[in-house]
Design a protein around this ligand. Structure first.
Ligand SMILES: [Zn+2]
Length: 334
């Protein structure tokens, strides 16, 4: 048997009998092949470690802080939107939109279309629109997108590379275009801070921060020019605005998951209570029916993740549930 182990921009291949074995977290079922996941001396992974720290967080203080930031950026005379909320056809997007409306915000929801939007994804987008928000959907050139899917798959083993890129660049472009400085993202995977908007000074985003935040597996957008007939003009949706443009609007961002306890399963339940539709069966390669259901290519993405790192989406979900002490369960299908 041959299995692969991938770093950020490399894929290593090992044969059976070699000395490199996968090590699993003592608390969850995550192997140490997951990129950027650190393990402590006690054999517990960084994600479990940071989850256990959540018990000590004063969530009401965080919510107060959150409300202050929203107040600071809210359009005082109602002449513009209060914030940009990047959304897809997923459960977290529905949850984010519901929460922002509960906080009295007037968001502009922005979708960077997935690579191959599923029917249920479309249905959930239509549902977000009906929640009572202004909404815009940006669909990059599909002929170029197909080329980028192929390049992503063959060069970094990720067919969804252009999607992962666009979900970070397109809402930032919208922030500049419509002069709405605050972007409210969902989960902060590092879970360490509230986002640049929380800083009293120097909180304007730079391209450098954005490029680090939206990790692109070592494949840079500029590397694509000249491949398969792709020109710079084809890559506008996948490129960040200039630092000068970001500064002029004062674009900044915040992570909802830092201020409100973030849990995919309860997000799914809240989303469902607000019209979100799940699949009638589990999502391909997963063990639940409520996430990653808005892109038909998800199965390919997850399969290659398994080839590269030796674990799939089911492992991710199992870890989330194990940390919360819950049993594996889907939500009732609708
Ligand atoms: Zn763990």
């Amino acid at each position: 048997m041959i299995f692969c182990y991938g770093g950020a921009d490399k894929i290593y291949f090992f044969k059976e009998g070699c000395e490199r074995y996968m090590r699993y977290c003592e608390k969850c079922v995550m192997p140490d092949t997951k990129p950027d996941l650190k393990f402590g001396e006690d054999g517990v992974c960084g994600a479990c470690e940071s989850f256990s720290k959540r018990q000590a967080i004063d969530w009401s203080a965080r919510e107060r802080e959150f409300r202050e930031i929203l107040e600071r950026y809210r359009s005082k005379d109602g002449s513009n939107w209060d914030c940009i909320v990047p959304v897809s056809g997923g459960k977290d997007s529905t949850y984010q939109t519901v929460r922002m409306l509960q906080f009295g915000m007037n968001p502009l929801c922005v979708t960077a279309t997935t690579c191959d939007l599923s029917d249920v994804g479309r249905k959930n987008i239509e549902n977000i629109k009906s929640l009572g928000v202004d909404y815009m959907e940006f669909s990059p050139n599909k002929a170029i997108r197909r080329k980028l899917n192929r390049i992503g798959l063959t060069q970094v083993g990720d067919i969804s590379w252009p999607e992962h890129c666009g979900i970070f660049t397109i809402p930032v472009r919208a922030a500049v275009q419509y002069k709405v400085p605050l972007i409210v993202w969902g989960e902060n995977s590092q879970n360490e801070y509230g986002g640049p908007a929380a800083a009293a000074e120097n909180n304007v985003l730079t391209r450098r921060w954005l490029e680090e935040f939206g990790g692109l597996l070592g494949l840079r957008v500029t590397d694509l020019i000249g491949l398969d007939g792709i020109e710079g003009k084809h890559l506008i949706p996948y490129s960040y605005p200039s630092d000068e443009d970001l500064r002029q609007t004062g674009v900044t961002g915040i992570f909802l998951g830092y201020y409100l306890p973030w849990d995919g399963y309860s997000n799914a339940l809240i989303a469902q209570a607000n019209g979100f539709t799940t699949l009638s069966t589990t999502v391909e390669g997963s063990v639940v029916n409520y996430e990653n259901l808005d892109n038909y290519q998800t199965g390919i993405h997850d399969y290659f993740k398994y080839l590269k790192f030796g674990f799939g989406r089911a492992t991710d979900i199992a870890c989330l549930h194990l940390r919360r002490g819950a049993s594996l369960a889907g939500t009732p299908s609708k």
